[in-house]
Design a protein around this ligand. Structure first.
Ligand code: CU
Length: 188
């Protein structure tokens, strides 16, 4: 990967340091789920600059990375969180097991949205140029409430709806799903 921006380089260096600390000698299933999360993070690092128009749009790369994320989502994710596996060095919060449905729901949402991104990979982006804001599907989607935080209030578009959205719109939902779960279920 070519890093053009100093800021991007600095962010990666600092996140490597955080990861080294956070693993804190984790073993077994805790290590396994951290590794799975790490794979997803790598995929996000490939997809994020592409969705910002900083690297060339490549539908097959999008499909490939979205499939990787999907493979670590849903039950593949929840089965790595058996009850009581919080506490150092894990950053998992005990809330996971007090609100298992909420946790499993977000894991399933991640699976569904990453599958949606596989299907939307050929759709191109809503914003053709950084800041230009040209919508492939007209302005209607922005107004329909499919985008933005309202999506995260529980209503995820169907697979068909996702498959018809611009790829960067689906990607936005994907990264919001990561954050939503971390905010609720991962310790700072
Ligand atoms: Cu770790």
């Amino acid at each position: 990967m070519k890093l053009s921006k100093l800021a991007a380089g600095a962010a990666i260096v600092s996140s490597l340091a955080v990861t080294a600390l956070a693993h804190g000698g984790a073993t077994g299933i805790v290590k396994e789920r951290m590794d799975g999360m790490g794979v997803m993070k790598q995929s996000m690092k490939v997809l994020t600059p592409m969705m910002q128009g900083k690297t060339p749009y490549d539908a097959s790369v999008i499909r490939n990375e979205a499939e990787k994320i999907g493979g670590h989502a849903g039950e593949a994710l929840t089965k790595l969180f058996p009850e009581g596996t919080h506490g150092k060095p894990s950053e998992a919060r005990p809330e996971i097991w007090n609100d298992w449905d909420g946790f499993a729901g977000l894991a399933e949402q991640l699976r569904a949205v990453s599958e949606g991104l596989v299907l939307a990979a050929d759709n191109g982006m809503m914003t053709t140029d950084a800041g230009q804001g040209t919508s492939l599907m007209g302005g209607s989607m922005m107004g329909s409430g499919m985008m933005g935080s309202s999506t995260m209030m529980g209503k995820v578009p169907s697979e068909k709806e996702l498959s018809e959205m611009p790829a960067d719109g689906v990607f936005m939902m994907l990264s919001q799903t990561c954050s939503a779960c971390h905010t609720r279920f991962r310790a700072e």
